[in-house]
Design a protein around this ligand. Structure first.
Ligand SMILES: Cc1cc2nc3c(=O)[nH]c(=O)nc-3n(C[C@H](O)[C@H](O)[C@H](O)COP(=O)(O)O)c2cc1C
Length: 172
């Protein structure tokens, strides 16, 4: 597990190669096993492999999402906010599980943030994504995971650069 955590990096460049359905299934199965507040599992996952839709989604943020157009797969992570106020935490954990699952399967991924981010001066990134994928209003969008076989290498996390001063025992 530590090796997996050490070698996972955000990957934004992908090979021109489809992700096999078995791998997509495994990633999603991992998400469905994520813990959630009171076991309420408010998440919803929209798997997008339609190239046109991926291209449209890649414009959801002015600068932070363009690389999605080069990915063969996107998973939009959303949740039913009517189920509980801490859907953000639940969805974030599931997204994180999927990133680790993807990495464990030899895939790269990167989180594209959507919640509380603008698309432009008149529309939120969330509403832009909602429009492309017909997401109903009570389903809130947290992020999009771009996923694919990596075509860039990133250095693994270095033990020396870990912020051990963030750790406190018994008091701050
Ligand atoms: C909550 C969250 C939001 C993020 N939003 C974006 C984003 O919109 N676009 C992007 O390219 N990367 C985004 N990232 C990826 C971070 O930039 C990346 O995780 C960070 O630079 C650390 O690098 P690493 O993942 O390779 O360890 C996000 C990551 C998290 C956890």
């Amino acid at each position: 597990m530590l090796e997996l955590l050490k070698t996972r990096r955000s990957i934004r460049k992908y090979q021109n190669r489809e992700v096999e359905q078995e791998k997509i299934d495994a990633i999603l199965k991992g998400a469905l096993m994520a813990p959630s507040s009171r076991g309420r599992r408010p998440w919803e996952f929209i798997v997008v492999n339609d190239k046109e839709k991926i291209k449209k989604l890649s414009s959801c943020r002015e600068h932070a999402s363009g690389f999605l157009s080069g990915a063969p797969l996107a998973i939009v992570v959303a949740a039913n906010a009517d189920i509980g106020s801490i859907w953000v935490e639940d969805a974030a954990i599931a997204a994180s599980y999927m990133q680790l699952m993807a990495h464990s399967l030899g895939l790269g991924s990167c989180w594209i943030h959507v919640r509380e981010r603008p698309y432009d001066d008149t529309q939120t990134a969330e509403d832009y994504v909602r429009g492309i994928l017909d997401i109903p209003d009570h389903i809130k969008v947290l992020c999009i995971l771009a996923i694919g076989y990596p075509s860039e290498g990133r250095p693994v996390h270095q033990e020396e650069s870990l912020l051990y001063d963030k750790i406190h025992y018994n008091r701050f």
